[in-house]
Structure formats: C-alpha cells, structure tokens
Design a protein around this ligand. Sequence first.
Ligand code: ADE
Length: 343
Amino acid sequence: MWPRPDWPTRLLAWFAREGRELPWRENRSAYTTWVSEVMLQQTRVEAVRPYYAAWLHRFPTPAAVAAADESDILHAWQGLGYYRRAQHLQRAMQEVVARYDGCIPSSREALAALPGVGPYMLGAIRSLAFGAPEPAVDGNVLRVFARLYGIEDDVLQPATRRRVTALAQEVIPHDAPGAFNEALMDLGALICTPRTPHCADCPLQVDCGARRSGRETVLPVRKKKTKQVTERVAVAVIAHAGRYLLHRRSETGMLAKMWEFPAVTGRTHAAALAGLCAARGLTTPHGVYWRHRHVFTHRIWEMRAYRWEMEAALQEDECWYTRDELLTIPLAGPHAKLAATLA
Ligand code: ADE
C-alpha cells in the first residue's frame, strides 16, 4: 500500500536535515507568521524576503499596522502585487487591536472571522504559530499530495482541494503540525517541483504513487483556466516644472487606490494612444518613451509610455508629484518601473 502510513516521519526527518532557513522561521509569533504567510501566498520566497524584513522594521506590531495610513501600507507592499492582501491585513490588525487588545487570537472561530483569513491562512497561522494540528493546503501541497497519492482529479477544483485537505488532516502529526506543513512546502519547492521533480533526492520516492506509475510529470492535473486577455495601454508621462501628473485609481477593482500615470487601454497601440490624446487634449507625441510588458494573473498589459512637457489641467483624483515624492506614494507595479526611469 502506498504511500506507507509512516511517510510523515520520513518527511520530517528530511525536513530536519534539508529544510530551508528562512527569516520567518526564526523567532516566530502569530504576527510574524501572519505577515509572512500573507506575503507568501502569491509570491515567491526570494521575492518576499526583503519585503518581510522591511515590513517588520516599519510595522513591528499589529498596533503599528492598525494605526498606519493606508497609503503607507500600500507603499510598503508596492511591487508585491495582489494589493488587497495588504488592505485585508490592515483591517484584520485593526480588528485585533479593537477586539483583542492587539493580541492575535488563537481560536479557529476568532481567526476565521478576521479579514483575509481563508482556509489556507487559518491552517498556516494555527499550525505554525499555535501548534494546532491543521493542514495548510496551498499549490505546493496540492502538487505533493496529487503525486504521492496518485490523485488524477483536477487540483484546481475545490472538491480536489477538499480531498487533499482531508488526507492531510488524517496524517498530520499532532506533535509537529507546523513542521509537517512547512516540510510539505519545502518538499514542493525543492524536490517535488512543478516541471521536473528531483525524484532521486526525494525522501518519499518509494512511497510516491506518481513515481510508481511513471506519472510524476503528468500529475498534478490542472485544467486550463480562462486565457489571459492582452490589453494595449498608452501611458502619459506629463511633466511640468519638475513635477509629474499622476492619477489615483478608483476605490475598487484591480490595483484599487494605487497611483499611476494617466493611461488609456485599447485594442491596439494606435487606438490606446488616440484615446489617451483625446481624453486629455494631448498632441500626437514624437516617439515612444518606454515600452513594457506586464503579466498579471488574468491580464497582460502591453504598455507604451509617451512624454509631454506641458501644464495640463488636473482632472478628478489627480495630483502633481516631484520625482522624489513619486518614490513615497503607492504606485501600481508597472508604473513604479516607469517612475524609476525618470531622471
Ligand atoms: N510558502 C508559504 N508559506 C511558506 C513558509 N512558511 N515557508 C516557505 N514557503 C512558504
């Protein structure tokens, strides 16, 4: 029978030898766990490292997050993407301060009621920070379980996630739930990798259903999601007297409340540029100042920026900023790259 029921013991022994030394694994608290797990949900470990350190320096406690201006929160998150995570984190810490005296609660019910806490966050915080025997199933864990148990169902389906969660719940060692969850993450990141898993180095190679049937590169099954749409975006860098004209995005939707250079989307670059010029009464520019392709989850922006030197009238939600000020406001990711090119 595979996997052999004592596979968690072999996984934990491997983790003790090979587990990664990561900053959020030192001096863990419920707060540091929360911050790192939110950051890590949709972002790679290496990308998270500098943000994690900077965040804790700037916001060392739940109270510091709760009291901060939202624009400082978004600025600290700038470049990590999925900004709603940061807004949820702040709202959660505001509730922690208001209802729990700044001390993150440990019960399932209390945690699950806080903003941004879904099943993954709940399991991660409860197991890593409080030692509760609860699984934390993310993409890595789905992949490891799909291979280990030879699960042929689409791992993007909620029913498959529930099945994996139930399996993990059955086998999670009650004396080391946090280590077990992080061992699965590390196995998924270091050995049981998406395309070419390193089975020869795997502590579970004898246990693995996919390996036994030669299906380790076929599993997990992931049925295609809807395709990304590509949009052409014309961007206006309007400069006047050492300041640049910036627009604040609306309160809701993608990149909510973040600042950007005025931009218009179109089906073609020519259409986007024509729309931009018409919207702001701009003359046709001489050439393209900057080109950039930015890939979001469901959307790709093919961006072209153009420059104008003029004193344009401000429209709603717009402001002039110096280059130095641009570095202190929350800029939508690709627009921060554009701002960095300005001399
Ligand atoms: N991904 C999500 N949580 C993680 C953690 N605690 N360590 C490493 N990678 C992770």
